[in-house]
Design a protein around this ligand. Structure first.
Ligand SMILES: [Zn+2]
Length: 177
């Protein structure tokens, strides 16, 4: 087993690969990122999230079951002042609220909605059903699943591909925040 870098080493790696945004005060990570824009770096043993690594430099190990969240809602930000530790449930709530706000803003700007064709169907199912489709019935064929929930096969595909309820799919795939 390789050793994890000491926190001074991690801190200097973080500071060398980031840039202060003077307008927002965000310290933005310039290195590798995942598809959601969260910074990733090697800690000597494995890839970790840059914002989590920065929080740990100042505060020690993140308690089990806790997430490191952004007050600034900027996934690439690693500014310690912009990070806070919250339970996973609080984080889910926070990001769902932010996502809804973003969706609302997109609608107001007139951005075409990807869910148009399925909109009337979406009303038939709720968050629990979508979770069941994505998780409990992940190995089901689309057709019996569509019949079970009384929706079209295309909606099942839409949910699985993240075209519909994409924020929920993203939340469920984010395990380490
Ligand atoms: Zn920030």
């Amino acid at each position: 087993m390789k050793n994890v870098f000491p926190s001074e080493v991690m801190r200097s790696k973080l500071l060398h690969n980031s840039e202060m945004m003077w307008d927002t005060g965000c310290l933005e990570w310039k290195g590798a990122k995942n598809e959601n824009g969260y910074g990733r770096l090697w800690n000597g043993q494995r890839l970790v999230y840059a914002h989590r690594a920065m929080w740990e430099c100042g505060n020690g190990p993140i308690p089990a079951g806790m997430s490191i969240c952004h007050k600034c809602d900027n996934p690439r930000c690693i500014e310690p002042e912009h990070l806070f530790c919250a339970t996973h449930a609080e984080n889910m709530h926070d990001s769902v609220v932010k996502q809804r706000r973003r969706n609302g803003a997109e609608k107001r700007r007139g951005k075409p909605s990807a869910t148009r064709g399925a909109k009337h169907e979406l009303a038939k199912i709720g968050e629990n059903e979508v979770r069941a489709i994505l998780k409990d019935h992940a190995d089901w064929q689309a057709k019996p699943l569509a019949e079970k929930f009384g929706v079209s096969i295309s909606l099942i595909y839409g949910i699985r591909k993240g075209r519909n309820w994409g924020w929920l799919k993203a939340e469920m795939e984010r395990d380490e925040f």
